[in-house]
Design a binder for this molecule. Structure first.
Ligand code: AMP
Ligand code: ZN
Length: 465
């Protein structure tokens, strides 16, 4: 399995630190607003990476934080005249709901920056002790030049960076490239006690500390959007490696940006969409499927046209699956014919093609193409006379591989309205015959499928949970 490592600028064979296990950290959103469809890209793409590792039999420890202390959060709280915690709770709940809708699995741990302040103070103290950080008037800075490898991720040279940096007259830093680890509070801001001042941590230290706490000093994969390469991830490497005296992440994965109609998404251009806005127009699974059609490192362009075509493409897979489910009902149980054995080989080839695509730096676009080839083969070759085994296995592969991408194409499990009405009638009949046990069983069965019954004076009403 190969993945492209931003650190080495090469595709490398994946070798985990520990056999059969993956330790993975993905920088999460700052929670002051509903997430936009750009933020959804790393969530969906790295969730797909996780799912593929799991499909391959790895045990994945997946950590993704919420940055719940930040200038933008404070600004929003002041605007609304509410405590910052009210803002962060509201938007963390909203992100979790969006993730669920996008079929993004919850992380193994979702740490909150505000709950990890002790660990941050501890790491900052270590950095000061080791000479990698210093305090001035209550602010603590990282001494960037004290870390030899600075610039190794972003391929920037510290002298070039410094030449481009502006030095403010009142600057208390020793060097313009030094960055903040701890800063004193301003009036009315949330703060924590520390040896240096009542204040709060800088953004970069959060991730170094949360990654260390939940995954250990060294991890396999650190991921996020490409805008985070510099300075955020560069600074994380400097902090973690200087404090722990060990290499930090082995592989750095970065997703490309999402643009709208080939333009940068921005509020001022009026082409800014939240996940919810798009979710009101299209099923959420279409947004996920749309993202999968482009390799995660390439830029992706969002447009209604492309969403429409993603919607139709997804529909085609679902139709094929429901057709196979229909064929399955009366399919003959018998040994495979010679043609069926050949067909079986074709299906397995497509499955291998899917895996080869994913093994090649998670090429989801080619993986989707392999699923389509399977669908096409099924549509042209399988009929009501095909053997039950061949139909069942083909359906199973299409559903399983789609699930690896986080897309549920098996609609058979869903009860159709007609089936529900029929079961409700059966329950009424059972009640009339005073067979309350059976009536309760039907009610429970429906509940299991997410159907809630309500007995009203006008009769039984039902709704989906
Ligand atoms: P933020 O809340 O700005 O820190 O962003 C959370 C995550 O979304 C980070 O991994 C960003 O790199 C990523 N991100 C932000 N905007 C975009 C975009 N337009 N396209 C792709 N990823 C983005
Ligand atoms: Zn981070």
């Amino acid at each position: 399995m190969k993945l492209y490592n931003t650190l080495t600028k090469k595709k490398e064979e994946f070798k985990p630190l520990e056999e059969g296990k993956v330790r993975m950290y993905v920088c999460g959103p700052t929670v002051y607003n509903y997430i936009h469809i750009g933020n959804a890209r790393p969530m969906i793409m790295f969730d797909t990476v996780r799912r593929y590792f799991e499909y391959k039999g790895y045990q994945v420890n997946y950590v993704s934080n919420f940055t719940d202390v930040d200038d933008k959060i404070i600004k929003k709280a002041v605007e609304e005249g509410v405590p910052t915690t009210e803002i962060t709770k509201r938007y963390i709940d909203a992100v979790k709901e969006d993730m669920k809708n996008l079929n993004v699995k919850p992380a193994t741990t979702h740490p909150l920056a505000t709950q990890e302040i002790d660990g941050m103070i501890e790491m900052i103290q270590t950095l000061i002790e080791k000479g990698h950080a210093y305090e001035k008037n209550g602010t603590v800075y990282f001494r960037t030049r004290s870390f030899d490898g600075y610039g190794k991720l972003s391929k920037k040279n510290i002298d070039d960076l410094e030449a481009g940096a502006r030095i403010a007259v009142s600057e208390e830093k020793e060097d313009p490239m030094d960055f903040v680890l701890w800063k004193p509070k301003k009036e009315g801001e949330p703060y924590w006690e520390s040896p240096w001042s009542e204040g709060r941590p800088g953004w970069h230290i959060e991730c170094s500390v949360m990654s260390k706490k939940y995954l250990g000093d060294q991890i396999d994969i650190h991921a996020g959007g490409e805008d985070l390469i510099f300075p955020h991830h560069e600074n994380e490497i400097a902090q973690s490696e200087a404090a722990n005296g060990k290499g930090f992440a082995k592989y750095w994965l970065h997703n490309g940006f999402l643009n709208i109609d080939n333009k940068k998404m921005s509020k001022s251009l009026g082409n800014f969409f939240t996940v919810r806005e798009v979710g009101a127009e299209y099923p959420y699974e279409v947004l996920r499927f749309f993202m999968l059609n482009v390799h995660y490192r390439s830029p992706i362009n969002f447009s209604r046209e492309l969403m429409e075509s993603a919607k139709n493409a997804l529909e085609r897979i679902k139709n094929a699956v429901s057709n196979l489910a229909f064929l399955l009902e009366n399919a003959p149980e018998r040994a495979l014919t010679a043609e069926e054995t050949e067909f079986y080989k074709t299906i397995l080839e497509k499955k291998e093609k899917f895996e080869a695509a994913m093994d090649d730096d998670f090429n989801t676009a080619d993986a989707v193409a392999a699923i389509f080839e399977m669908v096409k083969a099924a549509n042209t070759s399988l009929t009501a006379d095909s053997s039950k085994q061949v139909i069942a296995d083909t359906k199973n592969w299409i559903v399983t591989l789609s699930n690896v991408l986080g897309v549920d194409v098996d609609t058979k499990e869903e009860l159709l309205d007609n089936d529900i009405e029929k079961l409700i009638q059966d329950r009424q009949d059972a009640r009339k015959n005073r067979d309350f046990k059976k009536a309760d069983e039907i009610r429970d069965l429906l509940l299991e499928k997410g159907i809630i019954l309500e007995d009203t004076r006008e009769g039984v009403k039902w709704k989906r949970a």
